[in-house]
Design a binder for this molecule. Structure first.
Ligand code: 5AD
Ligand code: SF4
Length: 462
């Protein structure tokens, strides 16, 4: 994800306040950050800043960061030191380095202290201040202290990623709300991204209309809890899907991430009934144990989650599932852990994202005794991954010989001259460029017979 910026077309715009200063953005963490980086790009472009090719070409380097786990934060701190050293080694002058995103919000001014201190800290609701802060920083003399911080939550800050600045690709991210009102006890997000605040349905539809006018056929609606979307008690997520589905020219709608508690029967009925809405549900279970779910404050029990999955399988043709899992939450016993494995066997996810529990300062779970040892967390993580690999392989083998249909998404890394294709239910396969005779391009619709499997991707043999 870190180098999405390098794929963007260069912008030839007259310099305004940015005075042709070149900015490079590295993006870490979730899809919300990818969208935010696109929005930052748009804001900077408007003010005459240019896009740098890489960290060496840049006058300003912005790291858009994630705080969800401790390791993610450590990586950013060392990345700051690494960039500085790489520029010294390349005889490049010192650059302005800024931290955006969740780490900026969580640590604020702390990031401007110590060995790997940065020049600029801008939290998730303050990106509109970035061009002005950068202009100010660049105008200062070399010996002057050049440090700036802007953090804190604002309900009015809804940034829009403009298609005029980045090319329309296969699936366009559209953030529908920001923040989160759930307070899962392990999670830092409600503190770094603030309370759930919705974009209006009109603004969302207008944003998608603009994308469609620029050539987009698919959108991915984004939020920490899209299923909890509600506009002034009048319109819920299901109704939003219905409005978006009415947009002429839009062909596919995906969404991320849903909270199992809000995946109501009515929502699933709507998803199943709308052809444009893709049948793939990413619904983090986190743990299969009711005791752990209670301590996590997840607001559902294992059987409720499984009933929801059963209903989805009934009303959403071809539906597939993916999930997030945390192992080694405080007090997680072997029996609790086995309950998580049991859920994997019952649901048969296509894909899981599994993590070792990581204590986040200030969250409610930080008060609990983190009593599962690191070795035990590692063992449980390895076991979860091994079981999932077996489950997926068995499911995937059943697909061999079947024909899948999908949309060309990107060039595949292997084999050479092939494309990565994604089905509506989020399965991936590769086809060669000559698959349909005249060569393929992003957005093309293809169908192919499955001949084998490589990890989570199907092979098609032609
Ligand atoms: N430790 C480990 N994993 C976490 N996640 C969120 N907070 C933590 C934490 N403190 C995981 C959850 C979430 C995903 C985005 O990150 O599984 O769904
Ligand atoms: Fe974090 Fe829970 Fe909100 Fe997801 S629903 S962002 S895990 S607090």
């Amino acid at each position: 994800m870190a180098d999405f910026h390098s794929e963007l077309k260069s912008i030839a715009q007259p310099s305004k306040d940015g005075q042709g200063c070149k900015v490079f953005i590295e993006t870490y963490g979730c899809q919300m950050n990818v969208y935010d980086s696109q929005a930052i790009d748009g804001l900077l472009d408007k003010d005459g800043f240019d896009r740098a090719r890489d960290v060496f070409d840049a006058d300003v380097i912005l790291l858009n960061t994630c705080s969800v786990r401790e390791l993610a934060e450590h990586k950013i701190t060392s990345r700051v030191g690494e960039i500085r050293q790489q520029r010294v080694d390349a005889d490049a002058p010192p650059a302005i380095i800024g931290i955006c995103g969740c780490m900026a919000e969580r640590l604020g001014i702390e990031l401007q202290k110590g060995k790997n201190r940065v020049d600029l800290v801008v939290g998730v609701d303050n990106y509109d201040k970035l061009p002005g802060m950068l202009t100010h920083l660049m105008g200062k003399g070399k010996n002057q202290k050049r440090r700036h911080t802007a953090t804190g939550h604002r309900t009015d800050a809804h940034y829009v990623a403009p298609p005029s600045v980045y090319p329309v690709n296969n699936s366009h991210l559209v953030t529908i709300h920001k923040g989160c009102d759930y307070k899962c006890t392990y999670c830092i997000v409600p503190y770094t991204r603030g309370p759930q605040t919705e974009k209006s349905p009109e603004a969302i539809v207008q944003e998608i209309n603009t994308l469609v006018d620029s050539g987009a056929e698919e959108v991915t609606l984004l939020g920490q809890n899209v299923t909890a979307y509600h506009w002034q008690q009048e319109l819920d997520f299901a109704a939003l899907l219905e409005s978006v589905a009415e947009i002429d020219g839009l062909k596919r709608i995906r969404f991320l991430t849903g909270h199992p508690k809000d995946m109501h029967k009515h929502t699933m009925d709507v998803i199943g009934g709308l052809d444009k809405v893709c049948p793939w549900l990413h619904l983090p279970i986190q743990s299969g144990s009711n005791a752990v779910l209670r301590r996590m404050k997840r607001l559902y029990k294992q059987d409720e989650y499984l009933n929801m999955v059963d209903y989805a399988k009934k009303v959403i043709p071809g539906v597939t599932f993916s999930t997030d899992i945390i192992v080694g939450f405080p007090g997680e016993t072997e029996e609790d852990f086995q309950a998580t494995l049991e859920v994997l066997r019952l649901v048969k996810y296509d894909q899981i994202f599994s993590f070792k529990y990581s204590v986040r300062p200030g969250v409610p779970a930080a008060k609990l005794n983190d009593n599962v040892s690191l070795d035990e967390k590692k063992r449980r993580l390895a076991e979860v991954i091994k079981l999932q690999d077996e489950i997926w392989l068995a499911e995937a083998e059943e697909q061999v010989g079947k024909t899948l249909e999908g949309i060309v998404e990107s060039a595949a890394k292997h084999p050479k001259d092939s494309w990565r294709v994604r089905t509506a239910n989020n399965r991936k396969f590769v086809v060669s460029n000559s698959h349909q005779g005249n060569g393929l391009k992003i957005g093309d619709s293809v169908s192919a017979k499955i001949t084998g499997i490589a990890s989570t991707t199907f092979l098609t043999g032609d």
